[in-house]
Design a protein around this ligand. Structure first.
Ligand code: UDP
Ligand code: MG
Length: 307
């Protein structure tokens, strides 16, 4: 059995298109059973009505509806937790992850002993330039500073074996960055590449600001380098301070000690103050994440489901 997980946030326009496509593909792959798990991530439109309607005429359609918008990561987690399939695939509702690739992905897992088939888009066609620019920068930085491999252009569109899904479910962290989690659990992954496809209907749910916060989350979740920077800066400044002390003592012994050097003193104070605030800020960021993790809040809250 293959479980298809579809996070949906205000997708009333896309769902009918998606359902048509996925049933076409399932009919081609008639040697497998299917379940479609739609996660309604606190949509404000008629998404849930569409899902209930579909589930009444097709028993493969399962839905889980959240009490509010918890974000795509939570939706993915809910889908994985409730999936029963031997294979699980995650897809967007907007057909940007073409269901038509599924047979090929399944073949790779069956015949070539991969545990997972993931996809990455090689172009960012149809995306605002500035957004592409920041996305590229983000991937450069995160790969420099994190031991986990996070692939540029990787989508969440991915087929996995049950074994890998269970490994992911064992990671119960509250700050979920799936692209990192997939890499962290390991396993043999085959990457398929394809050109970016534009969404069939509706609009993107990611504002620039939402993406920016998401990228900071990724950095705190998968790298502790920013924390280490603080100690490196501390050591560097201590060395500089030591050299300065020696220099000033010798100069005072030779030339006496007239009152001067107020501007240089000020710049040193301001610089060190700045660096201290920066490192406290970094510490605070990690502390905040730890604080949220220790509360052990649920990753999502279900309001309504048929699973
Ligand atoms: N999505 C979600 N919760 C959110 C934002 C998005 O479940 O808070 C879903 C959305 O319905 C879609 C998928 O995640 O199925 C990808 O979102 P979108 O297409 O807006 O992102 P983009 O493709 O533009 O990166
Ligand atoms: Mg999309």
């Amino acid at each position: 059995m293959i479980s298809v997980i579809i996070p949906c946030f205000n997708e009333q326009e896309s769902i009918p298109y998606f359902y048509d496509e996925i049933t076409k593909v399932s009919n081609q792959m008639n040697e497998y059973d299917f379940e479609y798990i739609f996660i309604d991530d606190g949509s404000k439109d008629k998404t849930i009505d569409k899902l209930i309607e579909l589930s009444q005429k097709d028993t493969r359609v399962k839905y889980i509806s959240f009490s509010r918008n918890f974000g795509k990561e939570s939706a993915i987690f809910a889908g994985l937790e409730n999936s029963k399939g031997d294979y699980v695939v995650i897809m967007d509702a907007d057909l940007q992850d073409p269901p038509a690739l599924l047979p090929e992905m399944m073949n790779l897992i069956k015949n070539e002993e991969y545990d997972s088939v993931a996809t990455r888009r090689v172009s960012r066609k149809g995306e605002p330039l500035i957004r592409s620019f920041f996305a590229r920068m983000f991937y450069k930085i995160i790969n420099r500073i994190s031991d986990t491999d996070i692939v540029d252009g990787a989508r969440d569109f991915r087929l996995m074996t049950r074994q890998m899904v269970d490994a992911i479910l064992d990671m119960k962290e509250y700050n979920r960055f799936s692209k990192g989690i997939f890499g962290w659990v390991g396993f043999n992954t085959k990457w398929l590449e394809y050109e970016n496809v534009e969404r069939v209907a509706g609009e993107t749910k990611w504002s620039f600001w939402k993406l920016f916060k998401y990228s900071l989350e990724a950095i705190t979740a998968f790298s502790i380098l920013p924390l280490q920077i603080a100690s490196v800066l501390g050591v560097l400044l201590s060395i500089i301070a030591f050299i300065m002390v020696v220099f000033i003592v010798i100069r005072a012994l030779i030339f006496g000690d007239p009152v001067s050097g107020w501007p240089s003193l000020m710049s040193v104070i301001v610089m060190i103050g700045g660096i201290q605030l920066l490192t406290i800020g970094i510490l605070g960021n990690y502390l905040a994440k730890t604080y949220l993790e220790t509360k052990k809040r649920p990753i999502y809250i279900v309001k309504n489901k048929n699973i």
